[in-house]
Write a new protein. Structure first.
Length: 287
């Protein structure tokens, strides 16, 4: 009997094997990049122009203040250096997270994804503390040109870090398939942020109602939630294939590394180069 001819596509290509359709990850594009990854690179290119304009504006109005407080009076380079180190370590955690997922180790990938989000959140806690301290010393966006450009630049960067943390938590949730794992993730994340808010409120008086006994109660409950969530997440889970979502985490990682690189530029320009701006004026005014 004569064999039936192979099914063809409109363009004359032979029918592809079923597994090629099932995978759906190898996109044949002229750039060699998947469409979503190319879209992220395009978005990051526009973000370079956005932050470039903000940094240029800060430099244009640098040392143009007619009144204090001046950068030399309030900028604390050692504390900001510590927060910068925390953010840079989050990039290492991001690499380890992607490596774990690409090796089809969901618990390892999820751990490092959560660690990246935690380090990014610690950086945000530092930023909240810094903004609060600056406000106490009289620097707000309406005080002078330094306040306006500083809070605009660092505030937009903080918003980008916040978005990155949210994306990382969503990815960690995707890696948690069972109800037990999702419950453990919610408990661990909720406990972590409860402890962070309680510590900020108690030691730095950022949230007056949460000072003293309420802060200790919230901290204890947060630590208990973290312990319970960690236990649920650490229990052995059914082996499953998570390599299919590795591209999602890789795209998130591109965004996260970009945010870290932008902060290196901001830290250099605002904190290292401008740390002594206004020193002579402050001394002349008797500050």
């Amino acid at each position: 009997m004569a064999q039936a001819p192979a099914a063809t596509y409109p363009h004359g290509q032979a029918n592809l094997p079923a597994e090629s359709h099932a995978s759906g990850h190898a996109e044949n594009t002229s750039t060699g990049l998947g469409h979503r990854k190319l879209l992220m690179w395009t978005f990051l290119g526009s973000e370079c122009m956005f932050f470039g304009s903000l940094i240029a504006t800060y430099l244009v109005y640098r040392n143009q203040n007619l009144n204090g407080p001046y950068p030399s009076e309030i900028i604390d380079v050692p504390i900001t250096s510590l927060s910068t180190f925390v953010l840079l370590m989050s990039s290492l955690a991001m690499v380890l997270a992607l490596n774990g997922i690409q090796r089809n180790k969901p618990r390892l990938g999820r751990f490092w994804t959560l660690m990246t989000a935690a380090l990014g959140s610690v950086f945000l806690f530092f930023q909240v503390f810094e903004f609060h301290e600056f406000a106490i010393h009289g620097l707000t966006p309406r005080t002078n040109l330094f306040g306006t450009t500083f809070f605009t630049l660092t505030g937009f960067h903080g918003a980008h870090v916040t978005l990155g943390v949210v994306l990382l938590l969503i990815m960690a949730f995707v890696f948690s398939r069972s109800g037990r794992e999702k419950l453990g993730l919610v408990l661990a994340v909720s406990g972590f942020y409860a402890v962070g808010v309680a510590l900020l409120a108690h030691f730095f008086k950022i949230i007056p109602p949460i000072v003293g006994a309420p802060a200790f109660v919230i901290t204890a409950l947060g630590l208990a939630a973290m312990a319970g969530g960690g236990y649920l997440l650490a229990k052995p889970a059914a082996v499953r294939n998570v390599k299919a979502v590795s591209e999602n985490l890789e795209i998130t990682g591109l965004y996260w590394h970009f945010v870290d690189i932008v902060w290196i530029v901001i830290f250099t320009v605002v904190y290292l180069i401008s740390a002594n701006d206004g020193l002579g004026l402050a001394q002349g005014l008797g500050h």
